[in-house]
Design a protein around this ligand. Structure first.
Ligand SMILES: [Zn+2]
Length: 177
């Protein structure tokens, strides 16, 4: 069955496991083994070939970490795809984002959203981990599921000791939501 959502939707599958597909047949979300059947979907169109019902918002978002600064966000952003050894950079006052072309092409939609939301986080935070938490918070708000969000940065950040502790910290912040 095809469903169209104009805003985030909350659901419960009548049995598990189950999977939600994009209209092109690719996998959008797969329930975990321990799933009780609750899942959310961001606005968009999906294929759901299992029994489910719509439920109320079951997700309560925690408060974001206290802002460290508040730089006014320009009304318009300029998005540039080109080589960038720093992967993705934002010039906060000018509202210019330079995203590495190869990285952009290697990422899924969700991973791209995560990187962009992380950059927006820098309007409020200096700390990289807090920007990660900001990005994940907003992805949950948009309707992505925790397991989808938990998988994101394991593909983006490296495996240096510093990167691993950053991944763990932002993962734990979201896990308890
Ligand atoms: Zn950053």
């Amino acid at each position: 069955m095809k469903i169209s959502l104009t805003k985030v939707g909350y659901f419960k599958a009548k049995s598990t496991p189950f999977q939600v597909l994009n209209l092109d047949g690719t996998l959008f979300y797969k329930s975990t083994e321990k799933s009780k059947g609750f899942f959310s979907l961001p606005k968009g169109e999906y294929l759901l070939d299992f029994p489910f019902k719509k439920v109320g918002n079951f997700r309560t978002l925690k408060q974001l970490p206290k802002y460290e600064r508040c730089i006014p966000r320009p009304r318009k952003f300029k998005f540039i795809l080109k080589e960038n050894p720093n992967k993705c950079s934002i010039f906060l006052e000018k509202g210019v984002i330079i995203f590495d072309k190869d990285l952009w092409e290697s990422l899924s939609n969700l991973q791209r959203k995560f990187v962009l939301l992380h950059e927006y986080g820098h309007y409020y935070y200096k700390s990289e981990v807090k920007c990660d938490i900001f990005a994940k918070h907003h992805l949950l708000k948009l309707g992505y599921n925790k397991s989808q969000i938990a998988a994101i940065d394991f593909h983006i950040l490296g495996n240096s000791e510093h990167s691993i502790s950053r991944k763990l910290e932002s993962f734990n912040a979201i896990k308890n939501y």
